[in-house]
Design a protein around this ligand. Structure first.
Ligand SMILES: [Zn+2]
Length: 480
């Protein structure tokens, strides 16, 4: 068989196995795994791990905001950053604005995404579940392959009240989609933030004070309880601490379809980072807030026990300098006015590998499950993505497990002018990335063209089927 590309002599690592094999690629797909292969192009993978390309199922890319502003990270710069860090597919967010139809933003966003160099899919954010949205738009968009909805239980102007959240859960159940949830208590944070501002406590570090663990835990408990009522599978996004993960563990123990995601910022950043001099703390502001080293250590326990299934970046495109990013309301703006979120597309795999595998907390197969296999499975992309097997897309990372790198923004290829991980030492770094059979990164140099990425339409998959367990046996939202 004529192979386009052979990755020779590496250690192939999937979510379940590690074995020595050459990987033969043909027509953009993995064609064969065998002991000795030849092809038109051969890359020596001796001494390297051969991993499935990272799947980042939570990133904000070129996302429009209600005031006509668009987040700085474009599909092109985001693709470059992902390739630099070993990620080959993403799921990013299409917002719905309150008072508007979904179509008002979706049509334009689809056009923007056509520039992508990496494969991508969308989560649809629902902020206004009107009758027309629930009865007409949601069924249409799910049928078009956008098989996940995102809801916020906090943030102006995004948050849903309980009734609205129930309506979205029911719509997802009827049309077979996964619901993902940002869990923090809206009223509690608002009340506390107002009191802090009134007391003159406005610096970035008070962002953490405005939203302690308990507001995340309460919302997580409620999100799960209402999903249980509807019998709709959900994923809890960006779990910051063990107290929140405990709610997910209890749900799993009851047999509910509830999954948990966390992010690298909760392993290596802390609330203390927001207490840096001047306005610098704004660089570390994201929600839920990073906690502390003890919380991060406990969070690894939840990863090891399988309570947390996915590590994604929650990459957010806000620069520190300039007029659009963290300083959009001026330097020294009160913390509630500072845009939330940290960049992390290129650093996700390296941080999880370094903190997880290199430090002996998880094995390399678990690393692959967290960063590629599980996200692909949970969002209906598996086995096309998230594994190395004949028939899968040829998305592969050659990974040097011993390479020591000091993280600097210049390595990351994103549009954002800083990284919260500046100076962080990691062990383990990607040396080549292959996407759809194309070599798109080698030794830090990205080579790809706008438009080479494809939209990943997602069909129904078994994981999102309801459990069939309903209170009093009454189904308020029968699936179609
Ligand atoms: Zn997010």
């Amino acid at each position: 068989m004529g192979l386009d590309l052979v990755l020779r002599g590496g250690m192939v690592v999937t979510g379940s196995d590690s074995f020595r094999a050459d990987v033969g690629i043909s027509g953009g797909k993995i064609a064969v795994l065998a002991e000795r292969l030849d092809g038109a192009q051969v890359i020596d993978a001796g001494g390297l791990l051969v991993l499935p390309g990272g799947v980042d199922t939570h990133c904000h890319i070129e996302q429009p905001e209600p005031d006509d502003f668009v987040q700085e990270e474009s599909f092109i710069s985001a693709s470059a950053s992902c390739f630099a860090g070993g990620t080959t597919s993403v799921i990013c967010f299409v917002p719905q604005f309150k008072g508007h139809a979904i179509a008002d933003t979706l049509t334009d966003y689809r056009r923007r995404a056509e520039q992508s160099m990496m494969d991508y899919s969308f989560h649809q954010i629902i902020t206004d579940p009107t009758d027309d949205v629930v009865e007409r738009e949601i069924p249409e968009l799910i049928a078009s392959g956008i098989r996940s909805l995102k809801v916020f239980l906090t943030y102006d102007p995004l948050h849903l009240d309980d009734r609205q959240y129930l309506r979205v859960l029911a719509a997802a159940r009827r049309n077979r989609a996964l619901v993902t949830v940002h869990c923090e208590n809206y009223e509690a944070i608002k009340w506390r933030a107002e009191a802090l501002v009134q007391a003159g406590m406005t610096a970035p570090k008070y962002h953490a004070w405005s939203r302690p663990k308990v507001v995340e835990r309460e919302a997580t408990h409620r999100a799960i309880a209402l999903a249980e009522l509807v019998d709709q599978p959900i994923q809890i996004f960006h779990v910051s601490c063990s107290e929140v993960a405990e709610e997910i563990a209890r749900a799993k123990a009851r047999g509910l379809k509830v999954w948990g995601e966390t992010c690298p910022q909760y392993f290596v950043l802390g609330a203390a980072d927001m207490d840096r001099p001047g306005f610098e703390g704004a660089k570390f502001m994201c929600s839920p807030s990073p906690r502390d080293a003890e919380s991060a250590a406990a969070l690894w326990g939840d990863v090891r026990r399988g309570t947390l299934d996915v590590v994604s970046s929650d990459h957010c495109g806000f620069s520190y300098g300039g007029s659009l990013g963290k300083k959009v309301h001026g330097e020294n703006a009160a913390f509630p006015l500072v845009p939330n979120g940290v960049p992390g597309l290129a650093t996700r795999l390296a941080i999880v590998f370094s903190e997880g595998v290199s430090k002996g907390r998880i094995d390399v197969n678990h690393f692959v499950r967290l960063t590629a296999t599980n996200p692909a499975k949970m969002f209906g992309l598996y086995p096309r993505k998230g594994t190395i097997a004949p028939g899968a897309d040829a998305d592969v990372v050659l990974w040097d497990p011993g390479k020591r790198v000091t993280t600097t923004n210049a390595l990351l290829h994103h549009a954002i002018d800083y990284t919260p991980y500046e100076g962080l030492e990691v062990t383990g770094w990607p040396v080549a990335t292959i996407a759809g059979g194309r070599v798109v990164m080698r030794d830090g140099k990205v080579q790809a063209q706008p438009g080479e990425g494809r939209f990943l339409a997602r069909d129904p998959y078994p994981l999102i089927a309801p459990t069939g367990v309903l209170a009093d046996g009454f189904d308020a939202a029968p699936p179609g």
